[in-house]
Design a protein around this ligand. Structure first.
Ligand SMILES: Nc1nc2c(ncn2[C@@H]2O[C@H](COP(=O)(O)OP(=O)(O)OP(=O)(O)O)[C@@H](O)[C@H]2O)c(=O)[nH]1
Ligand SMILES: [Mg+2]
Length: 605
């Protein structure tokens, strides 16, 4: 019996592989050509190498999100076809866990601070689950007391083979507020998400609030209605329609969006026992086919197209250099010198414009820094209100004394990391957007500047001009300007009072409150300062990266135009007798370059 879904999937998988290897082959051919031209370590060769790296290492982050106990970890196990991620009837997952492809089954735990990475390899899924549980579950690692920064599982499942990374996340809305914060802070790292709900219990307020936040941060969202095995068919339709209605009215999500009914539990059982009938009935095959494969193919297609276009531009630049050499070998020398003079003037002009652009950029950087100062100030106020309330509530007991102070101190230490982690996530997302917007016009100006030089050279020496299609702006989406840091909250131990017990009750209390509020202000200042500093580093890095890449591109353009003409002129002067041979060799190369270029053009679509 044949399974059309499976065949379709396999055909698409093969096409994806063929396209990707076609691009890889072409890149290799282009690199060989550059090596033959003596440019194996030239800027174009390095560009091609980095394009090849991106092609090989690109991954797609698909997170599974939802309220606690909706069955996220179970769904991931079902997709893997093996019980790997710990699941339970109590709120469990506490650390985002990345599941990537690996030839053998293993896990890796990375910690904050100096603690060494722990690895575990086992062919037995249960052993691995046991190992993982020690680090990623609330039960064994409460409040992440072990300081786990990241947990990774490597698994040979087919579904992971083309760079798909599945991410299990802590459920939101449980009594463990810090789990919610961890997941919220993690959202910017996701390319897409599967959002799980279920009929048991029905959608909650907390879940909807979370979904609104998720919608703001993740562009591609898909919905899964899990645990449908609890419902009879008629109730299933009713429950789905109800959920769809809520999505439309409360979250303003298009009512036509597909929602996949699923029983992750049955899907897992079906995969474990090879039960095709149960698999079809569980809805798992549909989820896998429609969402996971689709997203992957879409993403890799877009990426391959963009990379092929970039490679085409790189080769076009090399080809222009060769074309210029041809002209420089053919043109009468005086004529050549005169035109070179004009080109040099154009380059000088571009250099001056580059300085003006730098001034504008500096102004924008200054404004971004001022915005950061304002945001920090605002955050100080917000933290004061939020934490002040928590401390006041904790201190509102009827007596003073050390136990009251202890509980206030505990409340404060519990609230601080979550609060600042969330704020850092928000601030990072806001500045990321801001910087991308601010840099866009600079990017356009930079592109224009470089194009002016290339166009001038093409016109002056009458060679074909290829307008580049891929702006470097696209580059920035894959190499984020932004690095989201895990928030290490500053939690200087709040020292216990020594004088309390010498003072009478009411005075004791007011002293206690005053002192405590002062200490809270210090803590806030310290944490806001940390946050401001982390954001400042990111900002500076973004602007620096932009300037260096602009300078590099300008230098490359000058080398490919003025540099090529000068080199050909020098060679002509020194070895006039070889000019005809040189010309023939270059013309052959130009032909090959043209072939490679059109190959990239075809792959770019
Ligand atoms: N009946 C039924 N139970 C399910 C299904 N999927 C998961 N469960 C059960 O629901 C419970 C919670 O599943 P988990 O996968 O641990 O849920 P989770 O969303 O990862 O929970 P947290 O990690 O705490 O956020 C477990 O007892 C699962 O066996 C399903 O499709 N049907
Ligand atoms: Mg879980």
């Amino acid at each position: 019996m044949t399974d059309p879904d499976r065949e379709d999937r396999m055909t698409r998988g093969k096409t994806a592989q063929r396209d990707s290897s076609g691009l890889e082959e072409l890149l290799q051919r282009a690199l060989n050509l550059l090596t033959a031209m003596g440019g194996e370590s030239s800027a174009p060769a390095l560009n091609l190498l980095s394009i090849r790296d991106r092609l090989v290492t690109e991954s797609f982050h698909l997170a599974v999100l939802g309220q606690f106990k909706r069955g996220k970890s179970t769904l991931l196990n079902a997709l893997l076809g093996q019980e790997i991620l710990p699941t339970s009837v109590v709120p469990l997952t506490a650390i985002p866990t990345f599941v990537r492809w690996g030839s053998s089954l293993r896990a890796r735990i990375v910690f904050t601070g100096d603690r060494p990475v722990q690895e575990y390899e086992s062919t037995d899924g249960k052993d691995l689950t046991g190992f993982l549980s020690r680090f990623v579950t609330e039960e064994d690692n409460p409040q992440n007391s072990l300081g786990v920064l990241q947990a990774e599982v490597f698994h040979p499942a087919d579904i992971l083979a083309r760079g798909l990374v599945l991410i299990d996340t802590p459920g939101i809305g449980s009594t463990y507020q810090h789990n919610t914060e961890t997941t919220l802070n993690f959202l910017p790292q996701c390319d897409a998400a599967l959002f799980l709900v279920s009929a048991d219990p029905p959608v909650t307020e907390v879940e909807l609030a979370f979904l609104k936040e998720v919608k703001r941060k993740i562009a591609r969202l898909f919905f899964i209605f899990n645990k449908v095995d609890y419902l009879r068919d008629a109730d299933r339709e009713k429950a789905l329609a109800f959920f769809r209605g809520i999505l439309e009215t409360e979250v303003r999500i298009d009512g036509k969006i597909p929602i996949f009914p699923l029983s992750a539990r049955d899907g897992l059982e079906a995969r474990l026992n090879g039960d095709e009938k149960l698999l079809a009935g569980s809805g798992l095959a549909k989820v896998q086919h429609h969402l996971v494969d689709f997203l992957m193919n879409q993403k890799s297609k877009v990426l391959r197209g963009a990379l092929a276009r970039k490679a085409e531009d790189v080769i076009a630049q090399v080809r222009m250099g060769e074309d210029l050499k041809v002209r420089s070998l053919q043109m009468p020398l005086e004529n050549l010198e005169e035109r070179l003079g004009v080109l040099e003037n154009k380059i000088g002009e571009a250099g001056r414009q580059r300085i003006t652009a730098e001034d504008l950029l500096r102004g924008d950087r200054k404004r971004a820094l001022a915005m950061l100062e304002r945001q920090s100030e605002k955050l100080r106020g917000k933290a004061g209100d939020y934490l002040g309330n928590i401390v006041s509530a904790a201190l509102s007991g009827s007596t003073g004394g050390s136990s009251l102070e202890r509980s206030a101190r505990r409340a404060l230490s519990e609230a601080i990391p979550g609060f600042f982690e969330h704020e850092l996530g928000d601030l990072s997302a806001e500045f990321d957007r801001h910087v991308t917007e601010v840099l866009r016009p600079h990017q356009r100006r930079a592109d224009d500047l470089i194009e002016k030089v290339r166009k001038a050279a093409a016109e002056l020496f009458d060679v074909p001009y290829h307008a580049p299609e891929s702006s470097e702006v696209f580059e920035t989406t894959s190499q984020p300007y932004w690095v989201t840091h895990k928030w290490n909250a500053s939690l200087n131990p709040v020292p216990a009072g020594l004088l309390d017990w010498l003072l009478p009750g009411s005075i004791k209390r007011s002293v206690l409150v005053k002192r405590f509020m002062r200490q809270m202000d210090d803590l806030i200042l310290h944490n806001v300062e940390n946050l401001r500093w982390a954001t400042l580093q990111n900002l500076d890095r973004a602007f620096r990266l932009f300037t260096t890449s602009l300078d590099e591109r300008l230098q490359e353009t000058i080398a490919a135009t003025q540099g090529a003409v000068k080199a050909a002129m020098a060679r002509r002067r020194e070895h006039a007798e070889r000019t005809a041979d040189d010309l023939a060799a270059i013309l052959t190369r130009v032909e090959e370059l043209e072939e490679v270029m059109s190959g990239f053009g075809e792959l770019a679509g």
